[in-house]
Design a protein around this ligand. Structure first.
Ligand code: ATP
Length: 325
């Protein structure tokens, strides 16, 4: 089994208990573990894969809570650094009744931003391993350079790079710079997972097919492009073929982390294979996408991201018999 490394933020999400209330007016928040790279690592581990999170937390109760949560999910926490120069990241989140979310990143300097390139050891990565990252920690801070070192190291080891921009516009004052940063990092990716809503921001093209073609011709480094489409499933481009996979009809109550569990499930499937992605067939990829849709659909049926993750047994039962827990 290959290893799946994820790098970037791990945070506490304080999620509003009151739907459709502006953050200013929320009275009660519920503490939940968050951060897309952490959610992806937890998905891989929960399904039975080997995942490692590379990040930094503060020496504080929230950092301890996150470590414990990851450990319980089966994530390898040995590569997580600690600092007393900043606190563990905190984000306040309010949910609108249409499922959209409002985010407020509380600390200006978070521990995860201080992960330094010297804390990345190239010898960690082995042939075939996968490194996954997102865009929240691509801001101009030490952690951006830690990402570049990890990317360069895994490429030298003949591993693969997966990128999910997970756009958070609130974090960047300068949208043009944000977009340019995402495009800059896109050239390192072998796998790009992006949601339908984000495609236009990256490409300036409304039509999804045309936007996908633009991405594929501009970034010929991509081995696969996956566009997730909420309840409608996903669309992928692989070996010059378009693969469309329908979503599952479920009673979704919280879509937080759906995209993270989707890509976590996909990377888990890849990590189990002896072959690497370039050697796979269209039907294998279709099967992986179907599996990823199932994992993500199940995740939407419970509140939270990590706490909502299904076990492999539950996913298989769901795919085979349509039974959920
Ligand atoms: P998020 O940012 O909320 O984590 P995302 O915007 O990155 O998610 P989406 O396209 O919304 O990504 O969802 C990812 C995947 O989750 C979809 O491809 C689908 O498989 C599953 N999914 C999301 N919403 C639903 C839903 N309402 N019903 C069934 N499956 C869903």
């Amino acid at each position: 089994m290959k290893r799946v490394y994820t790098i970037g933020e791990i945070l506490i999400d304080f999620v509003s208990d009151e739907i459709n209330t502006h953050l200013k007016n929320v009275g009660t928040f519920r503490k939940t573990p968050g951060g897309a790279p952490a959610n992806v690592a937890a998905t891989v581990a929960k399904l039975g894969g080997e995942s490692i999170l590379i990040t930094k937390i503060g020496i504080d109760p929230f950092g301890d809570y996150l470590l414990e949560t990851l450990q319980n999910a089966g994530v390898n926490i040995d590569y997580i650094q600690k600092t007393n120069l900043a606190n563990t990241g905190i984000v306040f989140v309010s949910l609108k009744d249409n499922g959209e979310r409002e985010f407020f990143f509380y600390n200006r300097i978070r521990a995860d931003l201080l992960l330094d390139k010297d804390e990345i050891d190239p010898s960690w990565f082995k042939k075939g391993d996968i490194l996954h990252f997102c865009s929240v920690d691509l801001v101009d801070a030490p952690v951006r350079y830690a990402h570049l070192k990890a990317i360069e190291s895994i490429k030298q080891a003949k591993g693969f790079v997966s990128f999910d921009p997970n756009v958070r516009l609130q974090l960047w004052n300068n949208k043009k710079e944000y977009k340019e940063t995402i495009l800059m990092f896109l050239k390192y990716a072998d796998i790009l997972k992006i949601s339908e809503d984000e495609v236009e921001f990256i490409t300036n093209i409304k039509d999804i097919q045309r936007a996908a073609q633009w991405i594929l011709t501009t970034f010929d480094n991509l081995k696969i492009l996956i566009i997730t489409r909420g309840q409608n499933g996903c669309l992928a481009y692989f070996n010059s073929k378009q693969i469309e996979v329908e979503g599952y009809k479920v009673k979704a109550i919280d879509t937080t982390g759906a995209g993270d569990s989707f890509i976590g499930a996909f990377l888990y499937m890849l990590s189990k294979e002896e072959l690497n992605i370039t050697e796979m067939t269209e039907s294998q990829i279709r099967e992986y996408l179907k599996f990823s849709n199932a994992v993500a659909a199940l995740t939407t049926m419970k509140k939270g991201a990590i706490s909502a993750l299904p076990s492999l047994e539950n996913v298989n039962r769901f795919i085979s018999f349509g039974v959920y827990e």
